[in-house]
Design a protein around this ligand. Structure first.
Ligand SMILES: [Zn+2]
Ligand SMILES: [Zn+2]
Ligand SMILES: [Zn+2]
Length: 356
C-alpha cells in the first residue's frame, strides 16, 4: 500500500501528540480516496481548521459512533501529511516536494492559512515549465495571488516552451478563459516593457542634449582642442577633450556649420539644422544676458520675444525636459550607471536627436 509509510508517520505524530497532551481516544476517522483510515481527535481538528470544526459540530444521528470525515480526490499520503500538519504545524521538505500542490489545495479548502503560506512558497520554488500551467490553474482556484503572478511571469517569459506542454494543451481545450487571461497578461507585460524602454530612451536623449548644452558653453567660452573663441590662444586649447563625451561631436558640427555651402544657399542640410537647433536650445536655457559668448544667443532671445513661435508649447516642454534631465539622472541612477550612459553617448549624440 502506497500510504503505509506516511500513514505510520502521521500516526506516530498523532500518538506522540496524544501522549503529550493527554488526549482521549481518537474520535474521528479521516477516510481517503485510497481507502486509508486515519484516527484523529475532533478537538485538534477543530482547533486547526474552522471548516473541519463546522463539520464536526454538525448534529449527528448517533452521538456515540465514531465520526467519519472523507477527504477525497488527493493521494492518501497527501491527506496523511495534511493531518500530520494539523497536529504538529510541521511538514517535511520531502512532503512538500511530493505533495506541495495537494497540500496547497487542502490548506485552502480547509482554511489553514499557515500551511497555505508555506505551500505557496514551497510550490513557487518548485515551478517548472512542465508544471507551471497546472500550478497556475490551482493558484487561481485557491486564491493565491503571489503564486499566480509568479506563474504568469514564468509563462510569459517562456511561452514558446510552455506552449508545448500538456498543461497548455489541456487549458486550450478546457479553459479558454484562462488561456485568454494568460495572453492578456503577456500582452500587457510586453507593452509595459516597451513603455519603460521608451521612457529610458527619452531620458537618455534629454541627458545627451543637456550635456551638449554644457559643451557648447565650454567650447565658446574656454575653447577646446582647435575650436574656440578668437581671443583664446590655440596653444592653450590642446586636446583631446576629456571633459565632455560630446565635445568632439559638437566641435565637428561647429566646423561644419561654419563651412557648409548648402547652409549658405538656404538648402536643407540636416547637420546645419541640428546645429541651429542646438544654438536655439542654448538660447532658451541661457540666463546670461550680455556676457554670453555662444553665437546667436541674443538673436534667438530677441526673436523669441518678438514673435510667438508656432510650436512654443512643444519647445518649452523640450527645454524643461533638457534642464531637468541632469538633475533627474543624478538622482535616479547610481554613479556606475551614469558613467555607462556617458560612455554610450559618445559622438552619436548629435546624430540621434530630433526636434518637433
Ligand atoms: Zn571640450
Ligand atoms: Zn550643413
Ligand atoms: Zn547664451
Amino acid at each position: 500500500m502506497e500510504g503505509n509509510n506516511h500513514n505510520s508517520t502521521s500516526s506516530a505524530v498523532i500518538s506522540a501528540t496524544s501522549f503529550a497532551l493527554h488526549l482521549p481516544e481518537p474520535d474521528v476517522q479521516i477516510v481517503t480516496s485510497g481507502g486509508l483510515r486515519i484516527p484523529t481527535h475532533s478537538s485538534i481538528l477543530a482547533m486547526a481548521s474552522p471548516v473541519l470544526e463546522n463539520i464536526i459540530e454538525r448534529p449527528r444521528k448517533h452521538r456515540s459512533s465514531v465520526r467519519v470525515i472523507p477527504i477525497l480526490g488527493v493521494p492518501s499520503d497527501a491527506v496523511s501529511a495534511f493531518v500530520g500538519y494539523l497536529y504538529s504545524s510541521r511538514c517535511t521538505e520531502e512532503q512538500m516536494e511530493k505533495y506541495g500542490i495537494h497540500l496547497l489545495a487542502l490548506s485552502h479548502v480547509y482554511s489553514v492559512p499557515q500551511l497555505k503560506q508555506r505551500c505557496t512558497r514551497g510550490v513557487s520554488q518548485r515551478l517548472t515549465i512542465e508544471n507551471v500551467v497546472d500550478v497556475l490553474q490551482l493558484a487561481r482556484l485557491c486564491d493565491a495571488p503571489d503564486l499566480y503572478l509568479k506563474c504568469m511571469k514564468l509563462v510569459s517569459a517562456n511561452f514558446k516552451a510552455v506552449e508545448q506542454t500538456e498543461g497548455w494543451k489541456f487549458i486550450q481545450g478546457h479553459d479558454p478563459w484562462l488561456e485568454l487571461e494568460i495572453l492578456q497578461f503577456m500582452d500587457e507585460a510586453e507593452s509595459r516593457k516597451k513603455r519603460t524602454r521608451r521612457l529610458k530612451e527619452e531620458q537618455s536623449l534629454y541627458l545627451q542634449l543637456s550635456e551638449a548644452m554644457e559643451c557648447l558653453e565650454h567650447i565658446y567660452t574656454e575653447g577646446c582642442t582647435n575650436v574656440g573663441p578668437y581671443d583664446v590662444e590655440p596653444a592653450k586649447r590642446m586636446g583631446p577633450c576629456n571633459k565632455y563625451t560630446t565635445c568632439q561631436g559638437v566641435q565637428l558640427l561647429i566646423k561644419h556649420f561654419a563651412l557648409c555651402k548648402r547652409r549658405a544657399n538656404g538648402g536643407g542640410c540636416s547637420r546645419c539644422k541640428r546645429m541651429w537647433q542646438l544654438l536655439r536650445l542654448h538660447s532658451s536655457i541661457c540666463d546670461q544676458l550680455e556676457s554670453c559668448r555662444v553665437p546667436l544667443c541674443r538673436q534667438f532671445k530677441l526673436k523669441a520675444q518678438q514673435q510667438k513661435m508656432c510650436d512654443a508649447a512643444k519647445w518649452k516642454l523640450l527645454v524643461r525636459r533638457v534642464v531637468s534631465a541632469k538633475a533627474m539622472s543624478s538622482l535616479s541612477l547610481p554613479k556606475r550607471k551614469r558613467e555607462e550612459l556617458r560612455e554610450t553617448m559618445g559622438c552619436h549624440v548629435l546624430k540621434t536627436f530630433r526636434f518637433c
